[in-house]
Write a protein that binds this ligand. Sequence first.
Ligand SMILES: [Zn+2]
Length: 149
Amino acid sequence: MTSAEACVFCGIIDGSLPSSPVVDTGTVLAFMDIDPVTPGHVLVIPKEHLPDLADLTDALAAEMMAVARRVAAALRRSDVRCDGVNLFYADGEAAFQEVFHAHLHVFPRHADDGFVIRARWGSQPPRDVLDQIAATLAASMASGEELSA
Ligand SMILES: [Zn+2]
C-alpha cells in the first residue's frame, strides 16, 4: 500500500504532478492515462486516497461508474477511434493493480488494436461447484460483513 504522500494519483489531484484532465465532479476525477492501452484511454479515480475497491463507499463506486459511462459515451461521439469500450478495474497486486489508489480504466477498442486478455476460458466447471461457490458468496453478502455501504 502506498500512502497518500507517495501516491502518484494524489499528486495529480493536488496538482504537484501534471495531468490531462477530462472531468472533475468534485469527488471523482477522470484524466488521460500516460501509458494508454489504446489512444483515448482514461482513468477514473476518487479524489480521496482509497487504495482498495472495498475502501470505496457504494455512492463513490456508483459515481465512478457514472463518470466512466459518460467518458465512454464521449469517446464514442469523439474523433477518437472507438468501435467499442472496455472498463477494467484491478483490485490487488494479483489482479495487476499497480497504483494503489482506486482507479477504473476506460479505453476505446477497435479491431486489431492489440489488446488481449489471456485466460483459460471454457473450463465449464460442474454445476455443483458453481452452486457451492455461489452459496459461499451469498452467505457472505447476507451477513453484511463483506463491505460497508
Ligand atoms: Zn492516492
